[in-house]
Write a protein that binds this ligand. Structure first.
Ligand code: FE2
Length: 411
């Protein structure tokens, strides 16, 4: 199969892509079709590696308004709504919603997903269901699962035991939620436990870290220190780190040295954190998004995620990475021309580092032939005009096609 006339990652000149046996065989300008070879003209459209959702909670996805809507929009009312919805949670319910969510993602060119799954549930219902359904969905997406202790590891009955059971069941990554533990000491101990569990089982880590406006929330320094000491380094991701928005500049100056040494990754969730943080503020209201610009400038890897998709905590979302990038750039003030052109990296190669996808991800010959085609010539245009992903190819197979809308302006 030969895809012709592709603009790869904002390249000025177009080139051709030959796919054979599910792999990129050749990526070069002016490839001549072989006799009988199928071709498709991409018309100079932008071609990118597949999008990656590095942070979502698929166990709660697509439940907004069921059985009640979150009327205030706050985190706490979200928790109340979820407590009511949890009664209906069973394996088929979880699987059905995950299937629908992954299909939404597939239509928007997302082929890799990291989901956090709440394991503060003695029956681990959602975890079992997601581990099963992810096999069924492999043709559409690779799903990485994080054992996420929503109600704490030390502050929830048998929290450590549930984390260990989740590891035995086959999760890819160990989570923690230090800022939610009853005490600062529990927070530190939960991170020590989680890091040891990850190191012992050779797993990745992704911690809900300091998702609060409290400038005294200091889970990040412990996580980075343990990542360094255990040699886990870039296997570790700090998600949210909202408190860093509110840290004093003097403290951040000191912290940056450790963050660079630790080599940990960051995931910011601009949509959900601008919506949920700053709720205790009157005016001015803090944005609650971590210091993406400064982290990136220091050479630290940062990706953007959605966090929620139509659930009790966040009622919006359509399974696209575009809005996280679009709002993210505004809120962290990265709207320079180069920033905008390169911003797809927050949800492609930077997110690939978070998921530890390695060299097999990316548009290179020999790699799995997975890519997306957008209805735009470059990412600036794609982002600004909310261009659809018109084609998504995964391991050489077309998994979604979208026909762009047609509009006529009369007069
Ligand atoms: Fe989250």
């Amino acid at each position: 199969m030969l895809y012709r006339n592709a603009r790869i990652e904002n390249a000025k000149e177009s080139c051709d892509i030959r796919v054979e046996n599910g792999l990129f065989k050749e990526i070069a300008p002016g490839i001549e079709p072989r006799e009988g070879e199928k071709t498709e003209d991409l018309g100079g459209r932008l071609v990118l590696p597949p999008f990656i959702e590095p942070h979502i909670h698929l166990d709660a996805t697509l439940t907004a308004g069921d059985p009640v809507w979150n009327m205030s929009g706050t985190l706490f009312e979200g928790i109340e709504c979820w407590a009511k919805r949890k009664d209906k949670l069973n394996a088929e319910d979880v699987k059905d919603r995950v299937r629908r969510a992954v299909r939404l993602y597939a239509g928007n060119g997302v082929q890799f997903i990291r989901t956090h799954v709440d394991v503060t549930d003695p029956s681990l219902t959602a975890l079992k269901a997601i581990l099963e359904v992810r096999e069924e969905l492999r043709s559409l997406a690779d799903i990485q699962v994080v054992a996420f202790p929503q109600e704490g590891i030390l502050s929830f009955p048998n929290g450590k035991g549930l984390m260990e059971e989740a590891v035995r069941m086959g999760v890819d990554a160990v989570g923690a939620i230090p800022h939610f533990e009853f005490t600062r000491e529990y927070g530190v101990e939960s991170l020590n436990f989680a890091c040891e569990l990850a190191a012992k089982n050779d797993l990745l880590m992704d911690v809900h870290c300091d998702e609060t406006d409290d400038d005294q929330s200091r889970g990040l320094e412990t996580l980075a220190t343990r990542a360094l000491e255990y040699g886990l380094k870039d296997k570790v991701t700090a998600s949210h780190t909202c408190a860093m928005h509110s840290y004093s500049n003097a403290y951040v100056l000191k912290l940056m040295r450790l963050l660079k040494m630790s080599e940990i990754n960051f995931v910011a969730n601009p949509l959900v954190n601008t919506h949920l943080e700053g709720r205790a503020d009157t005016y001015p209201k803090r944005r609650g998004v971590t210091r993406v610009k400064e982290l990136a400038a220091a050479g630290i890897n940062v990706a953007f995620g959605n966090d929620d998709l139509f659930d009790p905590w966040y009622p919006m979302g359509c399974g696209s990475m575009r809005d996280a990038v679009y709002l993210g750039l505004h809120v962290v003030q990265m709207m320079g021309y180069g920033d905008i052109m390169n911003s797809y990296r927050f949800v492609t190669e930077n997110a690939a580092k978070v998921l530890h996808l390695g060299d097999r991800y990316g548009l290179r010959s020999g790699n799995p032939a997975s890519f997306v085609v957008m209805e735009a010539g470059d990412y600036f245009e794609a982002l600004s005009h909310n261009a659809p992903v018109v084609l998504s190819v995964r391991n050489g197979e077309v998994i979604s096609r979208t026909k762009p809308a047609e509009r006529q302006v009369i007069g």
